[in-house]
Design a protein around this ligand. Structure first.
Ligand code: PHB
Length: 394
């Protein structure tokens, strides 16, 4: 029996060698938020990854496979994320780590991937400096500077004064700094700033302060998902729009999948962002159609889905280019300068210098079109590099 088995194996190896292909399974660790109050954001990643793998777009050489090992960080939990990354690296021996909705979690993983030399492709977390925490990090999502800095410049043409309200953690701090810098440089005045605890869904005390200050515009960043819906509901209930205050921000606050839960309140909100499910590019139309075919006509992909979709494309491309024998240095070299001219969000590339994403930003207005509330893209600011890195280089 034993001899028979090893002969069989030897035969199989010889046969596959003759065919030029050896079975090669590449292990990918996916750290995502599957449970807890913020799980709807993780669901966007889960749906996009599964759809991508099913779509046939992951073109690997014969015999090369991806094994995706999924782990739940349960929300903003840097300690949990760190432990999961440690286990994935040491026990499961993953060759690439990906996923990660939250900045604090990405930051806690960074030293581990540096030490173990494991490439880490970030699908969401958007604080600018994350990519500088490890040479093994590349990002396919966005930075808050990428949306909030051009929003500051653009909105100064429309509004004289603004109030700034942000969730009190990395991406909120970046949104605040970026918007304030650009808005004031373009002649606008920030009349007040408030930082709100990230898990809060009770925005009334903060919004009342804003209402009393009577700014022309309120710039807000809160995390996408249920948090954004709570913010929009609070904005509606306190009657800020009726008081003449325009709500503006990065697209996180009018996240596509939550629009059906926000009623008519977001109509008229102005945002800057790299992705809208309503984008009329052919690649986006087919992406949204495939998503709704798989998950139902009411399932809308948002920017987190697209960040994950493009991350999977990048991972498949670099694994294919190495024939499944993933070398960390080679992987990072391939990720630097990786491009997709046809992402659902438009053309994208990873800046070879910073390993961060370069992409279009779109000025959008939330409108009701044929009875459906959508983020309608109005203007394009082409191929924006993370402004924070551009400034710090100067
Ligand atoms: C982040 O933690 O970096 C983050 C989370 C949710 C967002 C944007 C950024 O909507």
């Amino acid at each position: 029996m034993r001899i028979g088995t090893s002969m069989l194996l030897a035969g199989a190896v010889a046969a596959s060698l003759a065919g030029g292909a050896i079975a090669q399974t590449v292990k990918i660790g996916l750290i995502n938020t599957y449970s807890g109050a913020m799980a709807s954001n993780g669901d966007q990643i889960e749906k996009a990854v599964n759809l991508f793998m099913k779509s046939g777009q992951c073109k690997l050489p014969t015999g090369v496979n991806l094994e995706i090992i999924k782990r739940d960080d349960t929300g903003i939990n840097p300690e949990t994320a760190k432990r999961l990354a440690q286990e994935l690296i040491v026990r499961d021996k993953v060759q690439i780590i990906t996923g990660v909705v939250w900045t604090p979690n990405a930051l806690s993983i960074a030293p581990l991937v540096t030490e173990a030399k494991v490439p880490f492709v970030i699908m969401n977390a958007g604080t600018a400096m994350i990519t500088e925490r490890s040479p093994y990090i590349a990002r396919t999502s966005f930075t808050l500077w990428q949306s909030s800095y051009p929003m500051g410049t653009w909105s100064a043409k429309k509004f004289k004064t603004a109030y700034v309200a942000v969730a009190d953690f990395g991406p909120g701090h970046d949104a605040q700094e970026a918007f304030t810098k650009a808005f004031t440089a373009a002649g606008g005045k920030v009349v007040g700033t408030v930082r709100m605890p990230p898990p809060t869904t009770d925005f009334a005390p903060f919004l009342q302060r804003v209402k009393d200050a009577k700014p022309d515009a309120l710039f807000v960043f809160v995390p996408a998902g249920k948090n954004a819906t709570a913010l929009i509901k609070g904005f509606g209930e306190l009657g800020l729009a009726q008081a003449g205050i325009k709500l503006i921000g990065p697209g996180d606050i009018v996240t596509d999948e939550e629009l059906p839960n926000m009623g008519d309140v977001p109509i008229g909100v102005l945002t800057m962002f790299h992705y809208s499910a309503a984008g009329d590019r052919p690649a986006n139309k087919s992406f949204v159609a495939a998503y709704q075919k798989e998950y139902g006509p009411k399932a809308w992909p948002n920017f987190i889905s697209v960040g994950a979709w493009d991350a999977m494309q990048a991972i498949c491309d670099v694994v294919a280019a190495q024939n499944g024998k993933v070398d960390p240095e080679k992987t990072m070299l391939l990720l630097r300068g990786w491009k997709n001219p046809n992402s659902p969000r438009g053309p994208i590339e990873i800046d070879p210098r910073t390993r961060d994403i370069v992409q279009n930003e779109y000025v959008r207005e939330t409108r009701k079109v044929d009875g459906i509330v959508k983020n309608v893209e109005l203007e394009t600011i082409p191929m924006v590099k993370d402004p924070w890195k551009e400034f710090s280089q100067k």
